[in-house]
Design a protein around this ligand. Structure first.
Ligand SMILES: [Zn+2]
Ligand SMILES: [Zn+2]
Length: 334
């Protein structure tokens, strides 16, 4: 098969992904072999490729927003069939037995594996996943439009949930990339007013087009106090600005897996029961709930499509804020 292989982490400007031939993977045990149709490009891929996340497998094939059809079944697969269309997310597998898994918090599992990081992912023509951790993709979503829902969409949704935003409230969204452009559609569906803070003028424009009541720079103060905020941009200096924009008792949820250091905080920014929390991975329940909602709303995904061989170019565009919505690799038909 063709695949984009990361031999060792390096700045994306050096085009570190090698478009190369690899052996087709063979499904074992409960794994299904998926012929990849599309794979979303996530900011986490950028952190993997540039080594901000310490390597867990090297070399590795990145990519954890995979949509494709099952082509082969491992000997222990019982529920899924050849030809089923499925999505493969970041949470590749959990141990199912640790305290967190048993408490329904599998997103915090002590022994998780992650797609495109701990095991090979979807920047390839084929990939493997355990049948218990893939999602059936609802009818009515194309491969290219479904792929970004699998991380950007689900994590955005979980971030909204953890922010505690309620119908009719005022929500700040910091950074307006793939996750934000999906989360705003959920927030609008809940009748929430969205204030978008993002450094790139093109992203401010997109936010307004998608129904934000106001858009400004990353650390600009919005014209109204916020009930909650979600920070998608990986820049720690946003945290004090987001806390400052918040009403008493409000929550700032940090949606990224990596963030530059947060500067020292004046305690007054946090006092009055403001809450600062991170968002880590997602449970399968989050994924199922979100995909159902995505069809119900229905969510529209803005995509910029790149061929698999151009994954380096997609990552460079993402790093330069040049993607409108979500970047997606079109794999089938390469
Ligand atoms: Zn566990
Ligand atoms: Zn992701």
């Amino acid at each position: 098969m063709k695949a984009c292989l990361l031999r060792s982490p390096a700045r994306v400007e050096t085009n570190p992904l090698d478009f190369t031939d690899m052996p087709d993977p063979v499904p074992q045990g409960d794994q299904v072999l998926v012929r990849v149709a599309a794979c979303g490009v996530c900011r986490t891929d950028l952190h993997v490729v540039e080594g901000e996340l310490p390597p867990r497998k090297s070399p590795v094939i990145p990519g954890h927003q995979v949509v494709g059809r099952i082509e082969k079944l491992g000997p222990k697969v019982s529920r899924l069939q050849v030809g089923d269309r499925v999505g493969i997310p970041w949470l590749h597998r959990t141990d199912g037995v640790c305290d967190y898994c048993r408490a329904g918090k599998e997103n915090l599992c002590d022994n998780p594996t992650f797609t495109g990081y701990v095991v090979d992912g979807g920047y390839a023509e084929y990939t493997l996943a355990p049948e218990g951790f893939v999602y059936p993709i609802p009818e009515g979503l194309t491969d290219l439009h479904a792929a970004p829902l699998l991380c950007a969409g689900i994590i955005g949704f979980r971030s909204l949930r953890l922010s505690g935003i309620e119908a009719g409230g005022k929500l700040g969204i910091y950074g307006f990339g793939a996750a934000a452009h999906l989360a705003i559609q959920v927030a609008r569906h809940w009748n929430v007013s969205v204030y978008a803070m993002t450094r790139d003028a093109r992203h401010q424009k997109l936010a307004l087009e998608m129904g934000a009541v106001w858009a400004g720079g990353t650390v600009d103060e919005p014209p109204a106090k916020l009930d909650a905020a979600v920070v998608f941009a990986p820049a720690g200096e946003i945290v004090p600005a987001a806390l400052k924009a918040l009403k008493k008792g409000g929550t700032v949820a940090l949606g990224g897996i990596h963030m530059s250091p947060i500067p020292p905080l004046d305690y007054n920014l946090l006092y009055h029961e403001r809450v600062l929390r991170s968002v880590a991975n997602n449970t399968r329940q989050d994924g199922e709930d979100f995909l159902r909602l995505a069809v119900e709303i229905p969510i529209h995904t803005e995509t910029e499509v790149f061929p698999l061989r151009d994954a380096n170019r997609a990552l460079n565009s993402l790093k330069n804020d040049a993607i409108r919505g979500a970047a997606v690799l079109k794999v089938e038909g390469e």
